[in-house]
Design a protein. Sequence first.
Length: 220
Amino acid sequence: MISAPGQIERKSMEIIRAELAARGIALPEENEAVILRCVHASADFDYTEALRFTPGAAKKAVEALRRGRDIVTDTNMALAGISRPGLRKLGAAAYCYMAEEAIAERAKAEGTTRASAAMDYAAERNPGAIFAVGNAPTALYRLAEQMEKDLRPALVIAVPVGFVNVVESKETVFNTCEKKGVPCIAAMGRKGGSSIAAAICNALIYSAADLLEPAARGWN
């Protein structure tokens, strides 16, 4: 039985690559790390088709992380899944403001959702961050509104999961990012979630910090 974390990851990636080859799927080199990490996190090969990238999005995000840009997520679940050692190596940090009392008060006062209020707050505190949204379509709509003004994130990761406003919010934010020249990675359609948001963040962090190989992270 394979039990060491590094061995499990290597074997998993070996299986994924073999199945991709059997399906005749060749991944673009510039997006390969992100796509592989999403398939690895979900065991769902649909992400090979569902993920959309604005031109150079992954490369630009890696460069931003190497400059120490932070990450803002819309859930503490995604936050918990993001590699802290990788962020520390890059001199960056990750934040989620959803559970803060000030956000609840702001959402109530403005008659909006916590996700929208959290994005407004993040836009004020971390305007050049990577915004990773894996749960709330309202967060994406608010980011699109902010980008129509002057917000310019280093990257928008648009991967909410669900049935209500999910597809539309991804299309809206992706189109807005294209129009405003903001890098974007989106899982078009209904699929996504906090684990996918974290997986994309980690693929970019590992790429930026030269940690793609498990041994580089101290995993046997």
